[in-house]
Write a protein that binds this ligand. Structure first.
Ligand SMILES: Cc1cc2nc3c(=O)[nH]c(=O)nc-3n(C[C@H](O)[C@H](O)[C@H](O)COP(=O)(O)OP(=O)(O)OC[C@H]3O[C@@H](n4cnc5c(N)ncnc54)[C@H](O)[C@@H]3O)c2cc1C
Length: 414
C-alpha cells in the first residue's frame, strides 16, 4: 500500500464498465484514492446512443455520459483523460502512460473494452470509409448522414443494422453488403435473420447478401464499393461494421491469462492478484452457464463494472447474470436474454406475429417432456424479458405449444 495508507485504485478505461466500477468501489470505500485513465478525451460514456438517438440527430452527445465531470470530482476521483496506458508492471505495482507518467496501484481494473476489426482490402484507407465505435466517430458520421447521398454499410450485424436505420431516417440511400445469407445469422439463425432482412428492405434498404467486399474505389475520397460478385455500388459514405475484438494489448504487458479476452473468475479477478477485468474485455467464469463467457453488450459493461468495483473494495461478489442486450431499429425495440453456445443445436420457437413486427423468439433444446429455453428475444412485446430471464435461470422445462402461444402469459410458464 502507498505511503498515505489509503488504497490506490487505478481503473483503465473510459467506457461504462469504468464508470460503474467507480460506483462499486465508492459504495464500500469512501477513502481510497481512485484514478481513471482513459485514452479518449471524454469523461466515461456509454455507447448505445451513438448508433441511435445521437446518430439520428435526436439527442446531443452528452446523453451518453454516464456521469457529468463534476460527479467524479464529488467522488474524489482523478480523471486522466486523453491518456493511454501503455504498460503495467506487476513487480513494481505501477502503470505507465504514453506521456511517461507512472502511477502506483494497489488494485487495478482492466476495463479497456473492444476495438473495431478493420477491413483490410484495397482502398480501405480512403476518406469516407468509416467505422463507428467512439463518440467522435458518431458525431463525424452524423455530419455525413445529414448530407444525405449514397451510404454503403458493410456487415449486417447490430451496428450495421442500426447505422442503416439511422441513415434511412436521414433520407440517405442505403445498401447493406453482408457475406452470409441473412443479417445476424450466427446469433439469430435463418428465420429471424430473414425477418431482419425483410424489415430493413421494408424501410427502403437494399440488401446484398452472400457477397463480400473486395475493395473500395475512388481517388481522393471513396466513390464506390466493389463486391466479390464484381459489382460496384456507388457510395459517398461507407460504414464498416464487421465486428470487434477485445482490447487486450495492455493486459498482455501485465502477463494476466488471456483467452478470448482477459480471463477472470466469478468475482472478476484475473490470474494476477490485485488485477480485475470487467466489460467487453473480460472473459468471466459464469457459474450459471458453466463456462467462461465474454459478452460485448451494454448490460454486461454496466453490471460487471459495478461488480468488479465492489470486488476491488473487498466485497464478496459472484457475477452471474443472464446475458442481455437490446437494440432499436426504426420503430422496433428489441431485447434479448440468454446465451446459446455456438456448438449447441438449438431449435426456434416463435410466439406472435413476425409479419406484424410484434413477436417473441425462443432458442430451445428438448428436455424431459418439453423444452428448455437457452435464449429469448422480443420485438415490441414489452415487459416480457424478466420472465424470459427467469425461465433461463431456473432451467424451467416448458411445453413447446404453450411457449408458442401468445395467450399463455410467460409469467405463468416461469
Ligand atoms: C455504436 C455502439 C452502439 C452500441 N449499442 C448497443 C446496444 O444497443 N445494446 C447493447 O447491449 N450494447 C450496445 N453496444 C455495446 C456496448 O456499448 C459495449 O458492450 C460497451 O461499450 C462496453 O463497455 P466497456 O466499458 O467494457 O468498454 P468500452 O465502451 O469499449 O470502453 C473502453 C474504453 O477504454 C479505453 N481504453 C482502451 N485501452 C486503453 C488504454 N490502454 N489506456 C487507456 N484507455 C484505454 C478506450 O479508449 C475506451 O474509452 C454498442 C456499442 C457501440 C460501439
Amino acid at each position: 500500500m502507498s505511503d498515505d495508507d489509503v488504497v490506490q485504485y487505478v481503473i483503465i478505461g473510459g467506457g461504462l464498465a469504468a464508470a460503474r466500477a467507480v460506483e462499486g468501489i465508492r459504495e464500500h470505500d469512501r477513502e481510497g484514492a481512485i484514478t481513471v485513465v482513459s485514452a479518449e478525451p471524454h469523461v466515461p460514456y456509454e455507447r448505445p446512443p451513438l448508433s441511435k438517438d445521437v446518430l439520428q440527430g435526436k439527442a446531443e452527445a452528452d446523453v451518453a455520459f454516464t456521469h457529468p465531470e463534476g460527479w467524479y470530482r464529488a467522488q474524489g476521483v482523478t480523471l486522466l483523460l486523453g491518456k493511454a496506458a501503455t504498460a503495467i508492471s506487476v513487480d513494481d505495482r505501477t502503470v505507465t502512460l504514453a506521456d511517461g507518467t507512472v502511477l502506483p496501484w494497489d488494485r487495478l481494473l482492466l476495463a479497456t473494452g473492444s476495438v473495431v476489426r478493420r477491413l483490410d482490402v484495397p482502398g480501405g484507407d480512403l476518406p469516407g470509409v468509416t467505422y463507428l465505435r467512439t463518440m467522435d466517430d458518431s458525431l463525424a458520421l452524423l455530419e455525413r448522414l445529414r448530407n444525405g447521398g449514397d451510404v454503403v454499410v458493410v456487415g449486417a450485424g447490430w451496428i450495421g443494422l442500426e447505422v442503416a436505420a439511422a441513415a434511412r431516417q436521414h433520407g440517405c440511400t442505403v445498401t447493406i453488403i453482408e457475406p452470409t445469407a441473412a443479417p445476424l445469422l450466427a446469433v439469430m439463425g435463418e428465420r429471424i435473420g430473414t425477418w431482419f432482412a425483410d424489415f430493413h428492405v421494408a424501410h427502403g434498404v437494399k440488401l446484398l447478401l452472400g457477397t463480400g467486399v473486395s475493395g473500395f474505389s475512388g481517388t481522393h475520397h471513396v466513390t464506390g464499393v466493389q463486391t466479390d460478385a464484381g459489382e460496384t455500388i456507388a457510395a459517398q459514405t461507407v460504414v464498416v461494421g464487421v465486428g470487434i475484438r477485445p482490447s487486450t494489448e495492455l493486459a498482455e504487458t501485465a502477463g494476466v491469462a488471456i483467452d478470448n479476452g482477459v480471463v477472470t473468475e466469478a468475482a472478476l479477478r484475473t490470474s494476477i492478484a490485485g488485477i480485475w477485468a470487467a466489460g467487453d474485455v473480460a472473459n468471466w467464469e459464469s457459474t450459471l452457464l458453466g463456462r467462461h463467457v465474454r459478452v460485448e453488450h451494454w448490460a454486461n459493461a454496466n453490471d460487471s463494472g459495478l461488480a468488479a468495483g465492489r470486488s476491488m473494495a473487498g466485497i464478496d461478489v459472484t457475477y452471474d447474470p443472464v446475458p442481455f442486450f437490446f437494440s432499436d431499429q426504426y420503430d422496433a425495440g428489441l431485447e434479448y436474454a440468454g446465451y446459446v453456445p455456438r456448438d449447441t443445436d438449438s431449435e426456434l420457437v416463435v410466439r406472435g406475429d413476425t409479419a406484424g413486427n410484434e413477436f417473441m423468439a425462443f432458442w430451445v433444446v428438448p428436455e424431459g417432456d418439453g423444452v428448455r429455453v437457452l435464449a429469448g428475444m422480443h420485438v415490441n412485446v414489452w415487459d416480457t424479458i424478466d420472465a424470459v430471464q427467469a425461465l433461463i435461470r431456473e432451467r424451467t422445462v416448458v411445453s413447446r405449444e404453450k411457449l408458442a402461444d401468445p395467450s399463455v402469459p410467460l409469467g405463468e410458464l416461469a
